[in-house]
Design a protein around this ligand. Structure first.
Ligand code: TMP
Length: 253
């Protein structure tokens, strides 16, 4: 059988041509990077866990009427998605100060923010994804004012949904990043959540102990990343009950 055509390879995922026009297959790698790929590792099982968790969150979002690119999971590492035109922005929502906002403004990590803060970075690895303002986004034509209003509304709905899901399993959603894509419906365009939602793109802290259960475990050398992600998947009910044969993560279908 001919190998599928690779459309794009990123740091943690690969996109292949999909089976029908307007679809792609998104493959989750085990690679982890931080600080714009200055730090790299392969974390066995990470791709499988993120594929399953992203499926879980995106399916929930689709169900409550927040449109996403997710169609269905195909296997342990791959999901079928809608092909979108990615808006070149990282859309970040923060509930609690951590990471770059703490550094930039000198706010102690863990300080609750007065309201959810939405911010944008321009997706450009060579520039290190710099923070940009709405003025930049509109002036350079990356998105229109109407798009931005829709993007903020989408991001805040994702924040409420994800905060609730996480609260239900004893986790605080500190912040997260989404990407947004355009799809065309005849003459209309719609903006939908794209890329992935997983502990690679969120900060997740245990509500009681403050233990970090996200990619900061890797960024800051705090322990075993796959164990942290497995803990999140477990609390969400996505892991089978009787594992322990040492073959790595297996999933509830
Ligand atoms: P930051 O505090 O480093 O700006 O990160 C904010 C959120 O965005 C955090 O949940 C991690 C996520 N994030 C990504 O998903 N990709 C990135 O490249 C960066 C820098 C952050």
């Amino acid at each position: 059988m001919a190998r599928r055509k690779k459309i794009y390879e990123g740091k943690a995922k690969i996109l292949f041509e999909g089976p029908e026009p307007g679809t792609l297959v998104q493959y989750f790698k085990d690679d982890a990077t931080a600080f714009n790929a200055e730090k790299r590792a392969t974390i066995e099982g990470k791709g499988v866990l993120n594929n399953r968790m992203s499926e879980h969150f995106m399916t929930g979002l689709n169900t409550i009427g927040v449109p996403t690119h997710f169609i269905k999971r195909l296997n342990m590492r791959e999901q079928l998605i809608k092909s979108v035109e990615i808006i070149p922005l990282e859309v970040i929502v923060r509930n609690v100060a951590a990471g770059s906002i703490s550094k930039r403004l000198g706010i102690e990590e863990g300080t609750p923010l007065p309201r959810p803060i939405v911010e944008f970075s321009y997706k450009d690895d060579a520039l290190g994804d710099p923070l940009v303002t709405e003025e930049y986004i509109i002036a350079f034509g990356w998105a229109s004012q109407q798009d931005l209003d829709d993007i903020v509304a989408l991001a805040l709905r994702v924040n409420d949904f994800m905060s609730g899901i996480m609260y239900g399993v004893g986790i605080r959603l500190v912040d997260f990043k989404i990407e947004v894509g355009r799809v065309y419906d005849g003459d209309y365009q719609r903006l939908i959540v794209a890329d992935e939602i997983s502990p690679d793109s969120c900060r997740l802290w245990d509500l009681k102990t403050g233990e970090k259960l996200d990619k900061d475990v890797f960024r800051r050398d705090l322990g075993n990343l796959a164990d942290a992600y497995t803990e999140v998947a477990n609390r969400l009910g996505l892991m089978p009950k009787n594992v322990g044969n040492g073959t790595g993560p297996t999933l509830v279908s």
